[in-house]
Write a protein that binds this ligand. Structure first.
Ligand code: MRU
Length: 377
């Protein structure tokens, strides 16, 4: 997608120098556009943990490239041990996004197929590139499926703008390209449908105000920033046609973990009869989990609530305190929306009910382990 008219992806390997990977440091957006080079595993872990990169798909792609960096920098005589250790560190960097472990496991599995160090290094690189390509392609495809939902609403409204509310940033910055929740919006724009997006601010990290609003602006999509508590009011007043969000982890039964505050949007949408759709590539499904309560919810540092950063009127970066000294803050980063509140899941294979049987039918290759376990019990 575009930044000041130039197309970028959120992560890309240095083609000339193996073991170097480029990312956009998202902590500084939209005020500064800085490309950071990652060259060792600890740097990758920090980039994920401290949110230089963020969003489920991009966390997965970064973990994949982290395994490539590990393979490229590992001592010859202990490549596999080094990769296992790197995988463990990466897995521990952030707990909620499923794509992280999925990517680490995929590289480990592929690498084990080869015998020589050179082969393993090559495979680690190729697998990381495949993960990134697939992430972008799956988002593009789910955008085409989600487009049909927006098209139907547009027809019912005789071409009047379709008002879509989104929470956090499930845009291209949260993936390698296109985004999940934003992919249908970009597809609708390309199909000539009039869309307008209500962007939740998404305190405390402000993914909505700093990233989503900026990203949509760069793509020329009409959008309006709102505080996180505004959704209920505008839904009651007929100003929202569709809620479209992403997810960091979704169970095989359709329970959806997403940025804190999503559950409240789902409740308000349910009460107001507004469709609430969740967009995700299949790498975000947790095929081992039956119940959203079992999804690990990240709790981040309280200073993300008690302080805020931005630029002052002179364009100088500032961080200010918002609270009295020693104010205690609980910073739950995600919540779980139960499947019963989800109208449907938009995936790269199509739109599916947030329901175990329907999901299993769409992804029969994952009906294995857990389903059988339960059947035998
Ligand atoms: O804490 P973050 O920014 O990594 O959280 C991820 C998100 O941006 C959202 O929860 C998003 O809606 C789903 S990730 C595609």
């Amino acid at each position: 997608m575009k930044i000041n008219g130039t197309s970028y992806r959120t992560i890309w390997p240095d083609r000339d120098k193996p073991g170097i990977v480029n990312i956009i440091d998202q902590r500084l957006l939209p005020f500064e556009f800085i490309i950071e080079k990652l060259t060792d595993v600890d740097q990758v872990v920090t980039a994920i943990k401290d949110m230089h990169v963020r969003g489920a798909g991009l966390i997965g792609a970064t973990a994949g490239f982290g395994m490539h960096i590990a393979a490229a920098t590992a001592p010859q005589h202990r490549l596999m041990d080094f990769l296992e250790e790197a995988g463990e560190k990466l897995n521990n960097s952030r707990p909620t996004a499923r794509n992280l472990k999925w990517a680490v496991d995929r590289v480990l599995l592929e690498v084990q197929q080869a015998d020589t160090v050179a082969e393993r290094r090559r495979i680690a690189f190729e697998t990381a590139c495949q993960i990134a390509e697939e992430d972008a392609e799956f988002c593009r495809r789910l955008g085409q499926h989600g487009l049909e939902i927006i098209r139907d609403i547009s027809k019912k409204k005789n071409g009047e703008p379709v008002n879509i509310l989104t929470h956090c940033n499930a845009g291209w910055l949260a993936f390698v390209d296109y985004g999940s929740a934003t992919a249908p919006i970009y597809a609708a724009r390309d199909a000539g449908i009039d869309v307008h997006v209500w962007v939740d601010e998404t305190r405390p990290w402000n993914q909505g105000s700093r990233l989503t609003a900026w990203e949509l602006q760069q793509e020329g999509i009409a959008n309006t920033l709102i505080t996180d508590n505004t959704g209920g009011h505008i839904m009651q007043n007929g100003m929202v046609d569709l809620v479209l969000v992403g997810t960091d982890r979704t169970t095989r039964t359709g329970d959806v973990a997403n940025k804190i505050g999503t559950y409240l949007k789902a409740l308000a949408a349910f009460d107001n009869n507004i469709p609430f759709f969740v967009a995700l590539p299949s790498s975000t499904f947790d095929w081992d989990l039956d119940n959203g309560h079992d999804i690990p919810i990240e709790i981040r540092e309280g200073n993300e609530l008690t302080e805020i950063s931005g630029v002052d009127v002179n364009g100088k970066k500032q961080t200010v305190t918002l609270t009295a000294p020693n104010t205690r803050a609980a910073n739950f980063s995600f919540d779980v929306t139960p499947a019963r509140l989800v109208t449907g899941l938009i995936t790269e294979r199509g739109i599916v009910a947030a329901e175990e049987k329907a999901i299993a039918k769409m992804y029969p290759e994952h009906t294995g382990e857990r389903g059988q376990e339960r059947g035998q019990a």
